[in-house]
Design a protein around this ligand. Structure first.
Ligand SMILES: C[S@@+](CC[C@H](N)C(=O)[O-])C[C@H]1O[C@@H](n2cnc3c(N)ncnc32)[C@H](O)[C@@H]1O
Length: 202
């Protein structure tokens, strides 16, 4: 409840940056975390950690704390996540600088990106910069997970087309305020080569 109040107070000051009145519910966070395979090499990057709801679920899923990196722009929220999860690497910075932020920590192997950023409410050029950064640091078969409260896909169609990304809605979670959808973005050429595209349309 304490975290909900801190989040709500910050939302009153910066509604556009927060994008939600309250942190994600345990249900939404668990559905998000279930998409991530805890085995295998590389780090999982969480963009927009907030008060750590999704961070907690990723750890519960079995992602080792050393393989989890949280990027959050708001100092007061970084402090909360650091207090809650002292073994997780928290980088206080802007997701627009993702490549530099990871390089400055010596991190060069990212296996998946989980984003709770309010992508739809960002200016288009900022959204594009963030998505480009994400796919610059991801391997060819890596993916970006984005959750949204909108019935629409969370990424502008023009950006997905430009970067040749394929979108799949993997879940709808009613038990969240507001209800949320979970979307996965992958490079289309890799989906086709791996047969993902063929299986889906069969
Ligand atoms: C909708 S909240 C999600 C918080 C948390 N992941 C959750 O599920 O409860 C979005 C978060 O993204 C952060 N954020 C917004 N723009 C950002 C940016 N450009 N770089 C890093 N964090 C950002 C906000 O400060 C906020 O904590």
């Amino acid at each position: 409840m304490r975290h909900h109040l801190r989040f709500f107070n910050l939302w009153l000051k910066k509604p556009g940056q927060l994008g939600a009145i309250f942190p994600s519910s345990k249900n939404l966070a668990a559905v998000v975390a279930a998409e991530i395979d805890p085995s295998g090499e590389g780090v999982v990057v969480e963009l927009g950690g907030g008060t750590g709801s999704v961070t907690a679920a990723l750890l519960h899923r079995g992602i080792p704390p050393r393989d989890l990196v949280v990027i959050e722009r708001e100092d007061s929220l970084c402090k909360i996540i650091r207090e809650r999860f002292p073994h997780v690497r928290v980088i206080c910075g802007d997701a627009c600088d993702l490549g530099h932020l990871l390089a400055s920590e010596g991190l060069d192997h990212v296996k998946a990106i989980v984003s709770g950023l309010p992508l739809l409410s960002l200016p288009k050029q900022v959204e594009r910069a963030i998505v480009k950064q994400c796919f610059n640091v991801l391997p060819a078969d890596g993916f970006m997970l984005q959750f949204t409260y909108s019935p629409r896909p969370p990424m502008a169609r023009a950006i997905a087309l430009e970067l040749d990304l394929e979108a799949t809605r993997s879940a709808f979670v009613l038990e969240n305020l507001p209800p949320a959808s979970v979307w996965i973005y992958r490079r289309r050429c890799v989906s086709v080569l791996s047969g993902h595209h063929l299986r889906k349309s069969a």
